[in-house]
Design a binder for this molecule. Sequence first.
Ligand SMILES: O=C(O)c1ccc(O)c(O)c1
Ligand SMILES: [Mg+2]
Length: 623
Amino acid sequence: MSARSIATVSLSGSLDEKLRAAASAGFDAVEIFENDLLSFSGSPRDVGKLCRDLGLKICAFQPFRDFEGMPEPQRARNFARAERKFDLMQELGTDLLLICSNISPSSLGGIDRAAADFRELGERAAVRGLRVGFEALAWGHHVNDYRDAWEIVRRADHKSIGIILDSFHALAPAFPTGPIQSIPADKIFLVQLADAPKLGLDVLSWSRHFRCFPGQGDLPVADFVKAVRTTGYTGPMSLEIFNDQFRAGSAVRTATDGLRSLILLEDQLAEGFVSTPAAKLQPKAHSRGVGFIEFAISDAKAGDLAALFQQLGFRRTGSHRSKDVERWSQGKIELVINCEPDGFAHAHYVTHGPGVCAIAIDVDDAGKTMTRAEALKARTFYSPVGPGELEIPAIRGVGGSLLYFLEQAGKNWDTDFEALRSDPAKDRLDAVDHISQSMPYDEMLSWLLFYTGILDLMRLPQMEIADPAGLVQSQALTNDNQSLRVILNGSSATRTLSSRFIHEFFGSGVQHIAFSCADIFATVTDMRARGADFLKIPDNYYDDIEAKYDLDAATMAALRANQILYDREGDGEFFQIYTHIFDERFFFEIVQRRDYQGFGAANAAIRLAAQTREARPLTIPRA
Ligand SMILES: O=C(O)c1ccc(O)c(O)c1
Ligand SMILES: [Mg+2]
């Protein structure tokens, strides 16, 4: 069975931090990147010992560059250089050197010349009981296709010379994976795995900056692994990810994501290629929308939030039997205001200030979802419950908030509430349309894998949105029937509203919640009558809408009068309006959809500019 491995280049930090992160995530092996070793203060022997102490095998040392096909005197120099690296490998305690294909313009072509170089190196490696693997870089000068690398290895015909297959170099140029199946397993010395999003970039920049874990990108990594498995290969599967977000992020988080991506890939292929036979994951449960959203807030501010809910047409429908917790409802929307002086919500309030501390997702099987989440290394949360209260299973989500799992359309969570009489006849809002969470840009891929790995959510194309102070990346996730939509927003510009939210909220979290309705004009009229007030949109925007679309004069006037934004997608139409930001933290959106699946991306820049005008002036310096 294959060991799960990760290349040290995939993780942030110093070499020892990388190794500790890989071990704590549960990897069996690592590839040591030469640069990580060169910049480390300990000796190769120290690194070898640290790996052994951490229970990590070193499955390869890499990369050795520009070896094959060089003219003299570089050729002789290369053999001497290789001998030095063999010394180093013996100190490290690894038997495999990765040689990536030559990118030097002075390299000479010729498959037999390259094969002869490898045969000679194989002889030298064999003396020491070492092995050399040859990997075709997609931008190699002569060798840039794994099929050519294999022909060289085949002709080298030496037991110490094999091929190294890297999914990126095969899949990014869209080479067929079929021919992998005819490589003998014992000639495949290592398999490296990486995914990547489809981008119109040159392959070198794409590889060096945008690789990601399997499942985070668009390449058919599973097909590649299937072809490898057909050969009978049982050697290590090693994640080798060059990614700017990973370099900036937390090594432990990235390593855990890496392991999660391998578990998901193994599951997708319905076979473990792991050192310990993997139990099959529970299949993804069907999600059925948002059960409830819980706000943690102080007593002092709870009244303001309740007043806002009331303006938006929510009814107070429940009061907790034993806690300082209220339930507010409208349509299928359930909101909870939690002011308890201790417990999870309070801890969240103390850390982040007022905001969403928990989201409950309706699924058709909460138990299975928890089992799947645990197998994927999600952190579970079990809270103490009072007498007669139901314990709702939960995992830790974005920014330390909780993600609860409910069954049967949420009918199992309200037993703790004393029902209050209210009349749903005038409800205008129907359901939670989407929830958007802001996070540091370098965490976006992590939460993407979290949501799509645990729940039946799929990615929509990533969007770039212009905030007045920089770009915001926006990644929407949705289930099959659009009953659950989550948006991940990340920005590396420090002054965007998304980044300011993270600063002011002391971490990632829910920045806005959108509610759907069937008639936005009537809904907003009712809300205004109850005292609600909305974000002010400039006239210029409406002049443009008027110029762009053939809306009738009455609709146009109603949009302007109400400050409702409008978008169109084919024949589909979208209406949206925003509340002011509550306590500098979160806001609500009301939407109406007519055969429209997007989120009004065309209006996002208008909304962000309007919110920026209303926001407190920035006190942090520009630099
Ligand atoms: O980008 C590179 O140079 C590089 C080095 C070693 C590898 O295994 C690889 O896939 C790429
Ligand atoms: Mg590689």
